[in-house]
Design a protein around this ligand. Structure first.
Ligand code: BGC
Length: 443
């Protein structure tokens, strides 16, 4: 007999196929109508949901293979609840381009119904009067006692719930290629000394130790993980959350910057600016053996057919064990022309429900925002991330590079200062520290 979960997943998959067919239908009407008629007779309940679904346009930057698979899980679940997700996907890792498109749509008086707005930038959009409150859904769905307190705090501003949380990414993740490590008898490094030893052996075999890209947001992603390991969670909070400008002139920052420069040069040659997926491709193809990246890279590797138990593994970036440098993805409902408040609330309800949380996060590489998740159903990387995030004694610290700790302008200024430091080999770390100290001002 089919379990409730099985029928949910089956209907989900069917809903997804039908949604895709509907898209293609625009191109080839007759053939697709015939196909849909056939599938309707088999899947009347799903089809009814599709036909009656209310559209919501959703602006986001999930365009890689793994990200799209994750979005498809949301499409499918939403369809069953009468919501049709209309994609406004803007390519560009880290969301630089998406945020620009969102700004211009808002300026033109045409905001999307839903937008991927995350972290502290959420409150800026809220202050402009653009974000719809979600207290009614949050109360009905008991978010406060169900979601992790850190997540609940992140989506609550002045007592108002302003976004629906989707998943928790761990930024301080070091990925390694299991095949390369096994072949060379290597163990994933737990500290920088071990990392240096491993890197040396990899280079001797002609394998790049670390997949790298010079894009500013990727540099900032690597840097904040190194920084956390170097200065520890308390100092990290002082630097990133309290944004104590003078703290950026301390010796720990110089060490972290020197480490960053060393990592960039570890492969030899001249590093390039490229998409994060290209760097992850190096890891998958064994041309590089490790990568430091948020765990959306896990979703990507899995979308390409790799398995976290067999093909690649994840450990904390050296020095950050039992620390969780997080970035929580959230969707904000905007006051848009379409005035579909009930449908927007439905979206918030569905994306935070247990089955959708599991389906989405398994594909995305992140972990569910619900504290009642069955951890046994997660892969080993996700189990580790979830357990560290959930443990009362762990240090949970927000990512600056991914908007959890500062406004868009501060985040960009920090990323820019780090990028400038790296592409200017003659710049002393102390000069970069001065730039960082002036970029980071107390909130
Ligand atoms: C987002 C992730 C996304 C990543 C790469 C991060 O800022 O939180 O959801 O996968 O950027 O684009």
């Amino acid at each position: 007999m089919q379990s409730a979960t099985d029928s949910f997943l089956e209907c989900n998959a069917q809903g997804l196929r039908q949604a895709k067919e509907l898209e293609m239908n625009r191109r080839n009407a007759h053939r697709q109508v015939m196909k849909l008629v056939l599938s309707v007779s088999l899947w009347v309940p799903c089809w009814t949901a599709l036909a009656q679904a209310m559209p919501l346009d959703v602006l986001h930057w999930w365009t890689s293979a793994g990200e799209q698979l994750a979005v498809e899980q949301l499409h499918a679940s939403l369809l069953l609840s009468g919501v049709r997700w209309t994609d406004v996907a803007v390519p560009g890792g880290g969301g630089m381009a998406a945020v620009k498109v969102l700004k211009s749509r808002v300026l033109m008086g045409d905001p999307p119904d839903v937008a991927q707005l995350i972290g502290t930038t959420l409150t800026d959009w809220n202050d402009m009067g653009l974000v719809m409150p979600l207290n009614a859904v949050a109360n009905r769905q008991r978010w406060a006692p169900t979601l992790f307190p850190t997540v609940m705090k992140l989506v609550t501003y002045k007592g108002v719930v302003i976004a629906a949380p989707l998943g928790i990414h761990r930024i301080n993740t070091l990925f390694y290629n299991r095949h390369v490590f096994t072949r060379l008898g290597l163990l994933p490094p737990a500290n920088w000394e071990e990392f240096e030893g491993v890197a040396h052996k990899l280079s001797a075999q002609g394998i790049k130790p670390l997949a790298w890209s010079d894009e500013a947001w990727q540099i900032a992603t690597v840097f904040e993980s190194i920084l956390l390991g170097e200065v520890g969670p308390e100092r990290y909070r002082e630097l990133i959350v309290n944004r104590k400008s003078s703290a950026w002139l301390e010796p720990g920052i110089e060490k972290a910057l020197t480490r960053l420069r060393w990592l960039r040069n570890i492969n030899g040659g001249s590093p390039k600016e490229r998409a994060w997926t290209d760097a992850t491709r190096d890891l998958a193809s064994e041309s590089a053996a490790m990568q430091i990246m948020g765990d959306w890279a896990k979703g990507e590797l899995m979308a390409w057919g790799a398995n976290p138990e067999k093909d690649f593994g994840c450990v904390a970036v050296p020095g950050t064990q039992q620390m969780h440098l997080y970035s929580v993805d959230t969707l904000a409902m905007l006051w848009s022309k379409s005035k579909r408040t009930a449908t927007q609330e439905k979206l918030a309800e569905v994306v935070t429900s247990s089955p959708t949380q599991l389906a989405y996060n398994r594909a995305k590489g992140s972990v569910p925002v619900r504290a009642d998740t069955d951890v046994a159903s997660l892969d080993s990387c996700a189990r580790d991330s979830w357990s560290v995030f959930a443990a009362p004694g762990s240090a949970r610290v927000p990512s600056l590079a991914h908007r959890m700790a500062a406004d868009e302008a501060t985040k960009d200024a920090v990323a820019q200062a780090l990028w400038r430091f790296l592409i200017t080999p003659q710049m002393p770390a102390k000069a970069a520290q001065r730039r960082l100290a002036s970029a980071v001002r107390a909130p």
